[in-house]
Design a protein around this ligand. Structure first.
Ligand code: COA
Length: 532
């Protein structure tokens, strides 16, 4: 019997305090998300509606299958920057005519739906998701193109947007552009590079240069319709494959294009009958203590996330601060690596490397649950070869070819963040709980290191050390690192694909697993040279 048991007491003071802290953080995050949903604000929204247009979110809602979920990605992109939260674009995975698709919709109420540096990063991130997981891409286009004041950061790297579209097409992944409004200058290449293009009568405007630019360039007098109207592109240039009567008609045509793609997922299908976890998923709210120095048992999380709470633990008696084992999630097999007591030692690293190789042998996706302060430091551990063993784990993670999903539950510090498949290791998806914190090390430790180094340098010069200035510096650095470690900050920089409510973990991971199964699931044949 491999069904987990739970020791969680949801009436205990510890549980209630942790749940209350998590609730507070969730409220804060919801407040930020509301800013993204509000788009350009009431005035811009009213003007948009007066023009008889649907909002970007309404377009998505009509496009996806009725009552189907939409996994919004990077909703807090650009948080903490000078730009609107959400980065003036809505992106995610939705089900259209039964097919999981990446949907990208610029928000025309936010600076004309233009692309600032964060919009670009978000667009490129979702293109990667489409490519790796073989998901058709639907663009709901209405954008003023590059955000001109920040063009220096957008123009050169922005070329990848168009490159990605044609590479997706070359890989056999369909790309569809439904053009709701402006798609001019560089933006004209979005319909230009897509497999299918739908334009809307008297609405779509697709040209390389508008009338003023044409006048400047060649002296020719022209107008929007003859330069780039939908009728012209449908009847004359041939850039539009379908001419829609209005927005709803364009969405209907988009859905019928997807229906006729004859799309089949290349990964194995999930088990048909799935048992829900035996423990209440609501309780995921109070598992992580608000003080991350207090350890928690990740099995309590696993028990509330995997099918039937059934977890077949691998090597439970060895390297016990990393829990490894096999389970199913919404009927898909997964291997799970979860930090138990924060620090990774040599044993944990070796166990992880072996486990990752086994998952690759049996083509099983991996789920990484983070709560680590990193690899163990100190004389004894260095002499035992912690660098070699950590490198072994990082080697296995880097060269593993099965899909990886990463969830930051608590701490995610130092090289532990790498070994547990942080963003730089290309997990197919990274999500964070509001309780997560990620940085090179904790704020106090980082400030302490700078202080020790500063003190040694001052003493070496034979100068007196200013204790008061040092204390002030340490407090300031600690506060800065603390603020930069928080999930909103990390999510704003697109270091994750979204901060999720812990109670949604099973649903979100299930959707992510379903999405990755659009591509074949094939493990690696070889790894880098392992140092033994
Ligand atoms: N860069 C930065 N800001 C832009 C912008 C751009 N390319 N295009 C529009 N904006 C801003 C506007 O200044 C305005 O800002 P405000 O809200 O502070 O007043 C806001 O976006 C909305 O623009 P507005 O023109 O009022 O909206 P609209 O819906 O009537 O028209 C566009 C939207 C995109 C069609 C129109 O603004 C436009 O043609 N922009 C220039 C497009 C362009 O040449 N892009 C370069 C492509 S490489």
């Amino acid at each position: 019997m491999t069904v987990l048991r739970s020791a969680l007491d949801s009436g205990s003071a510890e549980y209630l305090a942790a749940a209350a802290a998590m609730d507070g953080k969730l409220t804060e995050i919801e407040g930020e998300f509301a800013k993204a949903v509000a788009g350009g604000g009431p005035d811009k929204l009213a003007r948009h509606r007066k023009r008889g247009k649907l909002t970007a979110r309404e377009r998505i809602e009509l496009l996806v299958d009725e009552d189907s979920p939409f996994l919004e990605l990077c909703p807090l992109a650009a948080w903490g920057s000078e730009f609107q939260v959400g980065a003036s674009v809505i992106a995610g995975i939705g089900i259209v005519a039964g097919v999981e698709c990446v949907i990208v919709a610029p928000d025309p109420t936010v600076r004309g739906g233009t692309s600032n540096p964060w919009t670009l990063r978000k667009n490129l991130r979702v293109n990667d998701i489409a490519m790796e997981n073989r998901l058709p891409v639907i663009g709901l286009v209405e954008s003023g193109g590059a955000d001109l004041p920040t063009q220096k950061e957008v123009f050169v790297p922005g070329g990848r947007m168009f490159r990605d579209l044609t590479r997706l097409s070359a890989a056999g992944i369909p790309t569809i552009a439904l053009v709701f409004g402006n798609s001019t200058a560089g933006g004209a290449y979005i319909p230009g590079m897509s497999d299918y293009t739908v334009m809307i009568k008297e609405r779509s405007k697709v040209f390389l240069g508008g009338p003023p630019l044409v006048k400047m360039a060649t002296g020719e007098e022209s107008d929007d319709e003859s330069l780039g109207g939908a009728e012209m592109h449908a009847r004359v240039s041939g850039l539009a494959d379908y001419l829609a009567a209005d927005e709803q008609d364009a969405i209907r045509i988009g859905r019928s294009i997807v229906k006729r793609l004859n799309w089949t997922k290349r990964g194995p299908r999930p088990r048909a009958e799935v048992l829900e976890p035996r423990f209440d998923q609501e309780e995921l709210l109070g598992i992580v203590p608000s003080d991350l120095k207090i350890p928690f048992d990740p099995r309590e999380v696993i028990a509330r996330v995997v099918d039937d709470s059934d977890f077949d633990e691998f090597k439970p008696l060895y390297g016990s601060s990393l829990v490894t084992g096999w389970a199913e999630l919404h009927g898909y097999p997964v291997g799970i690596l979860a930090n138990a007591r924060g620090v990774l030692f040599s044993e944990e690293s070796q166990k992880a490397a072996q486990f990752i190789q086994l998952a690759n042998r049996k083509n099983t996706p991996l789920l990484f649950l983070h709560n680590t302060t990193g690899y163990m430091v100190g004389r004894e551990f260095e002499q035992k070869g912690i660098i070699k063993h950590g490198a072994m784990m990082i080697n296995a993670v880097s060269n593993s070819k099965v899909p990886h999903l990463t969830l930051l539950m608590g701490a995610s510090y130092g090289a532990g963040h790498y070994g547990m498949c942080g963003r730089a290791y290309d997990p197919r998806f990274v999500f964070a709980w509001p309780s997560a914190k990620s940085a090179v090390m904790g704020g106090a430790q980082l400030a302490g290191v700078i202080s020790i180094v500063g003190r040694a340098a001052t003493e070496a010069k034979g100068l007196p050390f200013d204790e008061a200035a040092d204390a002030g510096m340490r407090a300031a650095i600690e506060a800065q690192i603390e603020a930069e470690s928080l999930p909103m900050f990390m999510s704003g920089r697109l270091y994750d694909d979204g901060v999720i409510d812990p109670r949604d973990t099973r649903t979100v991971l299930g959707m992510a697993l379903s999405a990755v199964h659009n591509a074949p699931i094939e493990g690696a044949d070889g790894f880098g040279v392992f140092r033994m």
